[in-house]
Design a protein around this ligand. Structure first.
Ligand code: ADP
Ligand code: MG
Length: 291
C-alpha cells in the first residue's frame, strides 16, 4: 500500500490470514441483508434484501430519500447494528472482527469532536486508544493536519473553528489509523454550499492519495456524481437498492471545478436524478421506481 506504482499482484507482503489479502477481497460485501426495527406490533422494515459490494479502493456514493435506510446500512457495516438476516462482510471478515481490527474509519454528519481537546488531540484519539507511542502519534498527527490543511490550527479547540474546519478534523481523525475503508454518512450535510464544494474536492484528493475505499451517504445528487466511481440509488419503504450508476470518472480524473462544468458530469447528474425520481413523462424510460 505504501508503494502505489507497480506492486506485483502475486506478491502480497506475507498476509497473516487469507482474509487480509486486500487484492482479492471486497472492502464491503453485503448480501440479502434485511433489517427490521421494533417489535411485532410496530415493525419498521428499514432494509429489505439489500446487496452491495464495494471493491477495495472504490468510491461508492449511496443516495436515496430520507428514511430509506442509508444510515442503517452504514451502521450495519460499521457493526453499530446487527442485520436481522443476510450476510455482511468487511474485507472478508465479520463486521465485528473488522471493527476490532480497525479496518475502517467513520465520519458522520456531526463532527463529534471532544470540545475540551485540541484539534491535534482529537485527531490523535484513535491512536491513543490503540496504544500508539507518543512519537508515532505526533508524527501521524502532523501528517494528518497537513493533509486536511489545518496545520496552523493544530492547537486550537473545536469551538474556535468553523463548521467546515471541524468536519475536516473529523475526517483527519477517521484517517488516523490508515483505514482501508472510510464510512461517511452525510459528512458535509451541515455545511454551506461553498465550503461543501471545497470539502468535496478535498475528500476526492484525500481518497485518491490514500487509496481507501469509501462508502459515502449523501442527499445531494451533484455531490454523489462528483465524488463517486459508482452511485448506488435506494428507494424508501422498504429500503432497497434500485439502481447503480457508474460515473465513469476514474480515480485519475481530477475532481475540480472543471469536472462540475463538464457536459459528462451533467449527463450523469441527470441519470442519477431520473433513477431517484423517475424520468420525465414522455421521455421513454419508465418511472416505475416511484410508488
Ligand atoms: P436514512 O438514513 O436513509 O434517512 P435511516 O437508516 O436513518 O434512513 O432509517 C431508515 C428507517 O428505519 C426509518 O424509517 C427509521 O425511522 C427507521 N429506524 C432507524 N433506526 C431505528 C431504530 N433504532 N429504531 C427504530 N427504527 C429505526
Ligand atoms: Mg441518515
Amino acid at each position: 500500500m505504501s508503494t502505489p506504482e507497480q506492486v506485483p499482484p502475486a506478491a502480497p507482503a506475507a498476509p497473516p490470514a487469507p482474509a487480509d489479502n486486500v487484492l482479492a477481497v471486497s472492502a464491503v460485501q453485503v448480501e440479502g441483508v434485511t433489517k427490521v426495527f421494533g417489535s411485532r406490533k410496530s415493525q419498521v422494515i428499514a432494509l429489505s434484501e439489500v446487496a452491495l459490494s464495494v471493491e477495495a479502493g472504490e468510491f461508492v456514493a449511496l443516495i436515496g430519500p430520507s428514511g430509506c435506510g442509508k444510515s442503517t446500512l452504514m451502521r450495519l457495516i460499521a457493526d453499530l447494528e446487527a442485520p436481522t438476516s443476510g450476510s455482511l462482510k468487511v474485507f472478508g471478515k465479520s463486521a465485528a472482527q473488522a471493527r476490532v481490527d480497525q479496518d475502517y474509519g467513520i465520519a458522520f454528519q456531526q463532527a463529534g469532536l471532544l470540545p475540551w481537546r485540541t484539534v491535534a488531540d482529537n485527531i490523535s484519539l484513535p491512536l491513543e486508544l490503540h496504544g500508539a507511542s507518543r512519537g508515532e502519534r505526533k508524527r501521524r498527527v502532523a501528517e494528518l493536519v497537513e493533509l486536511v490543511g489545518l496545520t496552523d490550527f493544530a492547537r486550537s479547540r473545536p469551538d474556535q473553528l468553523s463548521g467546515g474546519m471541524q468536519q475536516r478534523v473529523a475526517i483527519a481523525r477517521s484517517l488516523a489509523e490508515r483505514p482501508r475503508l472510510l464510512l461517511m454518512d452525510e459528512p458535509f450535510g451541515a455545511l454551506d454550499e461553498m465550503t461543501r464544494e471545497r470539502m468535496q474536492a478535498e475528500l476526492a484528493r484525500i481518497s485518491a492519495e490514500t487509496g481507501a475505499a469509501v462508502v459515502f451517504v449523501t442527499h445531494s445528487i451533484p455531490e454523489a456524481v462528483f465524488l463517486a466511481d459508482r452511485v448506488v440509488v435506494m428507494s424508501a419503504r422498504p429500503g432497497r437498492i434500485t439502481e447503480e450508476i457508474v460515473t465513469g470518472f476514474g480515480r485519475d480524473v481530477v475532481r475540480d471545478q472543471k469536472l462540475r462544468e463538464d457536459p459528462a458530469f451533467f449527463t450523469k447528474v441527470t441519470e442519477v436524478r431520473e433513477a431517484l425520481h423517475g424520468a420525465p413523462v414522455g421521455s421513454g424510460s419508465s418511472g416505475a421506481e416511484e410508488r
